[in-house]
Design a protein around this ligand. Structure first.
Ligand code: ATP
Ligand code: MG
Length: 334
């Protein structure tokens, strides 16, 4: 029996940060044997809010591919490909766009939050047609691969829900054609920024990147937000409102409960606490950094992986597109 499929994506708007690792890559990696994985570098989607800077998007395709490989997505098992080179996706996006109202797109909570964050990108004129419509294009990304499962962070829940609605509407009008995907979240579906922002994000300027050196990572951790009422190193603190402790709970394993107890009792200072976090995070990041260096030194190999992956992805998406065209009565010539 054919394996079930996964479609997941990363936008080449910057390098991979640890939110991607714990929110998406690690989960996808763990499913590589059970599923046929399609890991998409979403350059077309990246252009929706970076249309003014195509060079940035272009250059990050290679960077993100290196990061994805370092994160453990294995090209022997999984298909890593570039979105803009899959023509079935924009074609399906056009057909899907008839099935979605502008009001529904405006109500999408993730789109709403992102529009508010991107005021300086869109300027006085307001949000573009392309950005507002990215959930429609994402529905095409997912369905073009007959994906059963979409591993992604919690910010993607409303987008995947909208894709499911589009599938149901499409199938009800044109007959059973598309697969309805499911969203799968990791144990850490949203890693906040150490700056206290609810989400670590490439476009939010608070990323700790896989490509960061130990020194760069340390500097970011030392600037992390702690309990503002803990002024002296021996005053009691509240780990529940401390982002540095939140990171301890994710990266410091069994040491975390003792750290919380000591903090509450005023037995540890924030500087010591941050230094310990750096040690724990480095034991997680150092092997990945090494793998990153390995692939970064072999850009030709990485580009070959993308080229082959894109060819394979096109073969799959074109089959689905044929089904879509047939069921939409878009056949004129034989
Ligand atoms: P951008 O700010 O350009 O949108 P991003 O940091 O949000 O970049 P994406 O490429 O949009 O990154 O997201 C790729 C995947 O990583 C998605 O599945 C998303 O849900 C997940 N992800 C992104 N940030 C986090 C985070 N802080 N915690 C958990 N998962 C995340
Ligand atoms: Mg994003």
């Amino acid at each position: 029996m054919a394996k079930k499929r996964i479609l997941t994506g990363i936008r080449p708007t910057g390098r991979l940060h640890i939110g991607h690792l714990v929110g998406q890559i690690a989960l996808t990696k763990s499913l590589q044997d059970e599923f046929d994985v399609f890991e998409m570098i979403a350059d077309t989607q990246a252009l929706t809010d970076n249309f003014h800077d195509p060079k940035k998007v272009h250059d990050h395709v290679l960077e993100v591919a290196i990061d994805v490989l370092a994160g453990g997505i294995d090209p022997e098992k999984s298909t890593i490909f570039v979105q803009s080179h899959i023509p079935a996706i924009p074609e399906m996006t056009v057909y899907f766009s008839n099935l979605v109202t502008i009001a529904r797109l405006m109500r999408n909570p993730t789109v709403k939050t992102e529009i508010a964050q991107k005021k300086e990108v869109f300027g006085e004129g307001g949000v573009t047609f392309g950005f507002l419509g990215y959930p429609v294009s994402q529905a095409a990304d997912i369905t073009a691969f007959d994906a059963d499962l979409v591993p992604a962070g919690d910010d993607q829940a409303p987008i995947i829900e909208q894709a499911r609605e589009i599938v149901r509407k499409f199938n009800s009008i044109y007959g059973p054609t598309l697969k309805e995907p499911e969203h799968r979240m990791s144990a850490i579906p949203r890693l906040p920024g150490l700056d206290g922002n609810q989400k670590m994000g490439k476009s939010l300027g608070n990323g700790i990147f896989l490509a960061d050196s130990l020194e760069e990572m340390s500097k970011k951790v030392m600037q992390g937000k702690t309990d503002p009422e803990k002024i002296h190193k021996d005053s009691p603190g509240n780990p529940d409102i401390c982002t540095v402790f939140l990171y301890h709970s994710h990266f410091s394993g069994e040491a975390a409960p003792t750290i919380a107890t000591e903090c509450r009792k005023g037995e540890r200072g924030c500087v010591q606490c941050k230094r310990e976090l750096i040690t724990h995070m480095d034991s997680f990041l150092a092997p990945l950094r090494e793998k990153r260096d390995y692939f970064a030194a072999r850009p030709d190999f990485v580009m070959d992986v993308l080229k082959e992956g894109t060819q394979k992805a096109n073969a799959v998406a074109n089959e689905v597109l044929e089904r879509v065209r047939t069921n939409m009565h878009l056949r004129y010539f034989h």
